[in-house]
Design a protein around this ligand. Structure first.
Ligand code: ZN
Length: 195
């Protein structure tokens, strides 16, 4: 059982190398097979989950507008932007061009879009979620094939990156840090023996 972790690591390095070659050669089925194999090496809790809904939820960047008067911060999905046409006097003083505005949900102040402070709410872990979306599917047509190649390549790198992060975590959790002999955590052996 002592040899199990180095074996997994060796297999991982092999699949990772093959995966990168396959991506570069646009051999998507081979690259996909390598990613599946990497995940197959790892215990269930380290496997990258495939869930588009969950991924989009995690990857969502919220855009927030701040009210100029009360400083209330509000997500753009909660507000409505509309055109405000200046009244008679303003039209005489300024050019009668409609301005994009929105009403604060708290104090109802009419905020001009051009003067609004915009913020992005970045998720706490922007790099690895442990979840990836479903792989893009190829449909018909030449344009779709070009678009597909871009999308699938992006997906492959995403999937490989997430798999590598899980592999690194698996190594850290089970392989003594800085231990040259590669001594393994016996928890894994016990888990294995019980299978
Ligand atoms: Zn306000």
């Amino acid at each position: 059982m002592q040899s199990r972790l180095p074996d997994i690591n060796t297999a991982f390095i092999k699949y990772r190398t093959e995966c990168i070659i396959a991506i570069k050669n646009k051999n998507w089925s081979s690259a996909h097979g390598c990613i599946v194999s990497i995940n197959g090496l790892l215990p269930e809790e380290y496997v990258v989950r495939v869930d588009s809904i969950e991924y989009n939820k995690l990857n969502h960047t919220e855009i927030i507008y701040e009210c100029r008067r009360c400083k209330q911060q509000q997500g753009i999905e909660k507000i409505t932007i509309y055109n405000l046409i200046p009244n008679g006097i303003e039209t005489l003083l300024f050019s009668p061009i409609a301005e994009k505005v929105w009403n604060c949900i708290k104090c109802k102040f009419i905020n001009k879009l051009t003067q609004t402070v915009v913020m992005k709410n970045v998720m706490p872990s922007p790099f690895f979620y442990g979840v990836i979306p479903e792989a893009p599917e190829r449909r018909g047509g030449l344009m779709d094939r070009l678009k597909f190649n871009i999308e699938i390549e992006r997906w492959m790198w995403l999937a490989l990156g997430e798999s590598e992060a899980k592999m690194a975590k698996f190594r850290d959790d089970n392989w003594g840090r800085g231990d040259e002999t590669g001594e393994v955590n016996t928890d894994l052996e016990e888990k294995d023996a019980s299978n």
